[in-house]
Write a protein of this length. Structure first.
Length: 129
């Protein structure tokens, strides 16, 4: 059996690294949903829970007009919390606008945390007269 030279060891390591680099992206593509771009537009599931003593609710909404919510309604103690889905799929609310979260439920929880017990006031949807 021939001795392993430095050149053969480096050649084998380079070939292994190249094969791994090609296999990992292919495996990631194979495990991704067939229509990943469509998954971004799917509405998250509805929720209704008490979080830190506050009732938070969310559900898909047919009133997806304007850009707020993208067809999803969220409320804290019965008061609408305006949420918006970002292009990357994260969600923000008017209360925690600069802290994107992965779901509307997380946006509602972040709003409750930010409110620190204060009442959520209705967000004006039309200009005052």
């Amino acid at each position: 059996m021939p001795d392993l030279s430095r050149r053969r060891a480096l050649t084998a390591a380079t070939a292994l690294a190249g094969a791994t680099a090609l296999a990992v992206p292919a495996a990631a593509r194979a495990s991704a949903p067939a229509h990943d771009h469509d998954a971004h537009h799917d509405s998250p599931a509805a929720f209704d829970e008490v979080y830190r003593g506050r009732r938070i609710q969310g559900r898909p909404s047919s009133a997806g007009g304007h850009h707020h919510g993208g067809g999803y309604a969220v409320s804290v103690d019965g008061v609408e919390l305006h949420v918006m889905r970002n292009a990357d799929g994260t969600w923000i609310s008017v209360v925690s606008h600069y802290a994107p979260v992965p779901t509307p439920r997380a946006a509602a929880r972040a709003a409750v945390d930010e409110l620190q017990g204060a009442r959520l006031l209705p967000f004006p949807t039309s200009p005052a007269n």
